[in-house]
Design a binder for this molecule. Sequence first.
Ligand SMILES: *Cc1c(COP(=O)(O)O)cnc(C)c1O
Length: 384
Amino acid sequence: MSWQAFIQSQLAQRKQDSAWRKRICIDFGTSRALQVSGQKYLNFSSNDYLGLSHHPKVVEAWQKGAALYGVGSGGSGHVTGFTQAHYALENDLSEWLDYPRALLFISGFAANQAVITALMAQGDRILADKLSHASILEASMLSSANLRRFTHNSPLALQKLLTNPSKGKTLVITEGVFSMDGDSAPLDDLHQLARANNAWFMVDDAHGIGVRGREGRGSCDVYGVKPELLIVTFGKAFGLSGAAVLCDEQTADYFIQVARHLIYSTSMPPAQAVALSGALKQIRQANDARAQLNHNIAYFRKNIQLDDLRLAPSETAIQPLIVGDNDKSLQLADFLRQNGLWVQAIRPPTVPPSSARLRITLSAAHDQQDIDRLLEVLHGFTIK
Ligand SMILES: *Cc1c(COP(=O)(O)O)cnc(C)c1O
């Protein structure tokens, strides 16, 4: 098969499956509202749960950081890319989350890849929730370890896998809040099982950090657990980007020796680290914003009337409306857009087959009128 024939057939298949992905160029706006081609929309697709991406204090912190450090880090953290700004942020994070160490990464994707490939070797096994994020599953497949996936949020299914003997190390992985479903994992039960079987427990809390727990400490705080490895990301509630791995001293030292994503990749700009410290300060005192977000979630769930759609059992900012059919999910997203609402349709393979959905995300930046408008338009479609 020629190169052209290969690419063309792949693209044709995508189109046939209504699985064509395209990017849309946003004029501006990443929070409550956005503008596309001069048209304004209420935004229900952003992971900026607390509205921090535009917070004046955070923007100011980035500007101050840039004035002091310039805009780039100049190299990997192993060369000259580890500054006082990075050091201070790592300290702030480890103090906040009560871990001996925090290590910064440029993204959650990189952090998951680095941690999993650095720790796992031939003969080891990874037991991951079936609905784990692509970055976790791909890293697991890239590593030489054996990957087994357990039924979503089922400690029983995990227990069954754990009872199979294994000579190597075992790593159990789940998420605090699942990115496409919005439900949360039974972290206490899962950690207990991992412990009882001498396995380590890793939690990716990309969608829980900042919005749940005391001072926004996330899902682990809610469940009172302390996994050996905690991944937090800054592209969601922090309103920026980047990630950190929380762990013990020796494990952090080990990652610094072997994690290729740290050694062979330019570190985040120091100005971004300054902005992240600023965002963390806001998050710790954002009880009002978290209360507003929870109010919005409860209000949305209480008032939505469902016809042939299904609302996923989620108590978090991620409120998926399961449509099933790919085409129908696109139609609904289009209908919402025509009515000034920006919501993303999510289709397989990002979600399981026949579970295409609208992934509605609520933010503390939305007010009741915004939610009312969303409900009104949604009801207009489902009632037809
Ligand atoms: C968004 C997300 C990531 C990736 O984080 P980035 O910083 O965007 O690369 C990883 N895991 C989960 C669960 C996520 O939702």
